[in-house]
Write a protein that binds this ligand. Structure first.
Ligand code: F6R
Length: 225
C-alpha cells in the first residue's frame, strides 16, 4: 500500500518538493547515504539542490545505474551527474559511487556504508525503476542487464540516433533498491500516468518492476502532468 501519492501542479513544484526532501535529509543527517537517478525527470530537482547550497561534505551517493559505455561520453550517467550536480556542490568525488563490475563489490560498498537512507527514483514508460526492466526478479541485485527495446527507443532522444543508444547497463537490483530506508519516486508527464497508477494500485508483478514499491513501508510518490 503506497501511503503517499502526491499529484502536484507542475514540474517546478515536483522538483522543489523532492529537492526539499533531499535537503531535509542532509540537514538532519549530514552523513546521509543517497541513491540518485539520472534522466530528464530529476533535472529540475538537481537545479534546485544546487541553489540550496547544502553542505555535502559528509554525504555519500550511489547512482542507480550506468550505461555500459565510455564514461567520458557526454551522455554517460557519470558525465550527467558531474554536469548537473557534482561539479556545482561541495561533495567529495571519492564519495560519489556508480555501479561497476564486479557488481558484488558495488553491493559490498553499499552494505559497508550501512545502507541507503534515501533513494530517489524515476519510472520508465514500461514500469522500470533504475534499469530493472519488465521481468526482472524482485530479488535482483546489482548486475549487467540488456536494455528493453522500449527503453532504447525512449532514451534515443538523448542521442543522435537510436543506434547510438547503449544496449546494456549496470543497474542496482530491485532487491537492492528495496533495502533503502526511504524511497521517493518522481514522475513527470501524462505519458507516465497510466503505468504509474498500474504500478501503485495494480497487481504486484515482476512484469511491472515499480509495483514492488507497494511492498515498501516508506514510499512517497510525486506526479505532475
Ligand atoms: C535513470 C533511471 C531510469 C529513469 C527512467 C525515467 O537513472 O533510473 O529508471 O528514471 O528511465 O527516465 P526519464 O526521467 O528520462 O523519463
Amino acid at each position: 500500500m503506497i501511503s503517499q501519492y502526491n499529484i502536484v501542479s507542475d514540474y517546478h513544484q515536483l522538483s522543489s518538493e523532492v529537492a526539499g526532501i533531499v535537503s531535509t535529509q542532509i540537514k538532519e543527517h549530514p552523513l546521509s547515504k543517497l541513491c540518485l537517478p539520472t534522466g530528464s525527470t530529476p533535472l529540475g530537482m538537481y537545479e534546485d539542490l544546487v541553489m540550496l547550497e547544502l553542505d555535502w561534505r559528509l554525504v555519500i551517493t550511489f547512482n542507480l545505474d550506468v550505461y555500459l559505455m565510455n564514461v567520458d561520453h557526454p551522455e554517460s550517467y557519470q558525465s550527467y551527474m558531474k554536469k548537473n550536480l557534482f561539479d556545482s556542490i561541495n561533495i567529495f568525488p571519492i564519495n560519489c559511487h556508480f555501479p561497476f563490475r564486479p557488481t558484488s563489490a558495488f553491493e559490498d560498498k553499499i552494505a559497508g556504508s550501512m545502507g541507503i537512507d534515501l533513494c530517489i527514483l524515476g519510472i520508465g514508460t514500461n514500469g522500470h525503476i533504475a534499469f530493472n526492466e519488465p521481468g526482472s526478479s524482485f530479488k535482483s541485485r546489482t548486475r549487467l542487464v540488456d536494455l528493453d527495446e522500449q527503453t532504447i527507443q525512449d532514451n534515443s532522444r538523448f542521442f543522435d540516433s537510436v543506434d547510438d543508444v547503449p544496449k546494456q547497463a549496470i543497474t542496482m537490483g530491485l532487491g537492492t533498491i528495496m533495502e533503502s530506508k526511504k524511497i521517493v519516486l518522481m514522475a513527470n508527464g501524462k505519458h507516465k500516468r497510466e503505468i504509474l497508477d498500474e504500478a501503485m494500485y495494480g497487481d504486484v508483478t515482476e512484469e511491472i518492476p515499480a509495483s514492488i514499491l507497494q511492498e515498501h513501508d516508506n514510499v512517497i510518490i510525486f506526479y505532475c502532468d
